[in-house]
Ligand binder design. Structure first.
Ligand SMILES: O=C(O)c1ccccc1NCC(=O)[C@H](O)[C@H](O)COP(=O)(O)O
Length: 211
């Protein structure tokens, strides 16, 4: 069975829905322009009932060291690198924080997937997400899909994530086409910008379980 991550949580009700549906990962967003942004103290409060039951992920975009240090109040299991971080910067973040890393690679073509080789073994998980259009105001969480078949038969040292444009109605097809071991969703379980819906979270996790 595939694993699932529910990303961009900002309320106790939606954290509870993710836990109830047995999400393996939950994500909190620390990119200031995101409609899902929370501060580290709020994330720590929301994450308290989840600790030890699921893996807690802090999503960052080309973060400076001050934010990384501030994330200590959350004690994330993993830090998601969603910007232009190089392998050298990823190694420095791992050393500074002691957290495992998820490195996100934006994908439009098969060539984009090769970039993963620079991070394989260095990070705990790779994540492949549809490449946002050039005029997007943020590098993720906008429902951008790619050809899921590009991942078929591909494996790296640790299980990888598929992300971008998934929802309760297409996740089975995405898993069938990609063979991805873990899926990640944000806007596909929302009823409005940044507003996660507990019912959609449950439906997504149920669809992953059934796939
Ligand atoms: O969610 C955001 O606003 C965001 C901003 C900047 C970087 C990353 C962001 N989100 C990351 C994610 O939530 C995941 O990549 C997500 O699974 C994919 O988003 P979606 O296509 O909306 O499901």
């Amino acid at each position: 069975m595939a694993g699932a991550k529910i990303c961009g949580l900002s309320t106790a009700e939606t954290v509870a829905a993710a836990l109830e549906g047995r999400a393996e990962f939950i994500g909190f967003m620390f990119f200031p322009k995101s409609p899902r942004v929370v501060d580290p103290e709020t994330a720590a409060r929301l994450a308290a009932p989840a600790r030890g039951k699921t893996r807690i992920v802090a999503v960052t975009v080309d973060s400076d060291d001050a934010l990384l240090d501030h994330l200590a109040v959350l004690k994330p299991d993993l830090i998601q690198l969603h910007g232009q971080e190089t392998p050298q910067r990823a190694a420095a973040i791992r050393a500074r924080t002691g957290a495992g890393l998820i490195k996100v690679l934006p994908v439009a073509t098969a060539h984009d997937i090769d970039a993963a080789n620079h991070f394989d073994g260095l990070v705990e998980h790779l994540m492949f997400e549809g490449r946002p259009p050039p005029d997007a105001d943020r590098p993720g969480g906008i429902g951008a899909k790619f050809d899921w078949g590009l991942l078929a038969g591909r494996r790296w040292q640790k299980p990888h994530f598929l992300a971008g444009g998934l929802n309760p109605w297409n996740v089975q097809e995405a898993l069938d086409q990609s063979g991805a071991p873990i899926v990640d969703v944000s806007s596909g379980v929302e009823r409005g910008a940044g507003l996660k819906d507990p019912g959609l979270i449950s439906a997504f996790l149920e669809a992953v379980r059934r796939a």
